[in-house]
Design a protein around this ligand. Structure first.
Ligand SMILES: Nc1ncnc2c1ncn2[C@@H]1O[C@H](COP(=O)(O)OP(=O)(O)OP(=O)(O)O)[C@@H](O)[C@H]1O
Ligand SMILES: [Mg+2]
Length: 257
């Protein structure tokens, strides 16, 4: 598979605090990549640099052969790299369906501002359908149709996370970065939720990077694992090999057996 995203030599310091120290990773198109590492290891910083929220002090990020390092987050999103946050970003007093429409409204507005003309006025770029149809389509894909008319603030934790991720899909991303999609989700719900998310996201044709602390989730769902320790990647391999790596066992998974 061709490389869709290539991070080279990324370094970032916040004053005396290191957040990235020579991070290198080449991500293949259509892959599912798990990012692991203890607290403060640099996973979110990596996501922040790819999405333009933080600029690396050194290094470059190429997306489909184009250097996106200097671009602001909005332009990077427009090119097809989207993210979710560790804490869901929802409009709590709006319904699930209304949350989707707000997200889609922003996409349509940005498309208009960018002078992005599509065949039918009002169709959502990438989907070729009007916003209300895309909203229904995504709610169905993410198993949220039953919650359609509930306020976002009363949703159970798992559904709230699903809505947050469904909202990232309104822009039809080519790469989706998920920061701890299962945090706050019960152990019983986790596997079903990840299955649903990955089925939905991959059906829409996106490459996925997800941060995850639960090694069972990682080994079940990632095709490849990047293990962060001390702000660099200490292992980059399929899950079985990465989780068996001596340094990963010592510094990341805490399993010295
Ligand atoms: N905006 C910032 N200002 C100052 N320090 C920061 C900033 N963002 C991250 N850091 C520091 O950089 C280091 C890496 O943090 P990062 O958030 O990337 O870790 P993480 O691997 O996502 O951890 P967690 O598992 O706890 O989410 C930490 O020491 C953190 O305190
Ligand atoms: Mg983090």
């Amino acid at each position: 598979m061709p490389v869709i995203l290539d991070a080279r030599g990324l370094c970032k310091n916040f004053g005396a605090v290191t957040a990235a120290a020579e991070v290198n990773a080449a991500i293949e198109k259509d892959s599912v990549v798990g990012l692991i590492g203890t607290n403060g290891a640099g996973k979110t910083t990596f996501i922040n640099m790819i999405t333009g929220y933080i600029k690396p002090d050194q290094g470059t990020i190429e997306y489909e052969g184009r250097d996106i390092t200097p671009l602001p987050p909005r332009d990077i999103t427009r090119l097809g790299i989207c993210r979710s946050f560790q804490i869901p970003q929802l409009y709590p007093s709006l319904t699930v369906y209304e949350n989707m429409l707000v997200g889609l409204g922003i996409v349509l507005r940005n498309a208009r501002l960018a002078g992005f003309f599509h065949r039918r006025e009002g169709d959502v770029p990438g989907y070729g359908k009007p916003a209300h149809e895309v909203a229904e389509h995504l709610l169905e894909r993410f198993g949220l149709a039953d919650y359609r008319d509930r306020n976002a603030q009363v949703l159970p934790g798992g559904a709230r996370k699903l809505l947050d991720i469904a909202l990232t899909m309104v822009a039809k991303p080519r790469i989706l970065l998920l920061d701890e999609p299962t945090s706050g989700v019960s152990a019983q719900e986790k596997f079903g939720m990840m299955q649903m998310v990955l089925d939905a996201v991959r059906a829409e044709g996106a490459t996925v990077l997800f941060v995850e602390h639960d090694m069972e989730v990682v080994s079940r769902f990632a095709q490849r694992v990047l293990a962060f320790y001390d702000w660099r990647i200490i292992a980059d391999a399929p899950p079985q090999a990465a989780l068996a790596d001596e340094n990963v066992r010592r510094y990341v998974s805490g399993n010295r057996a």
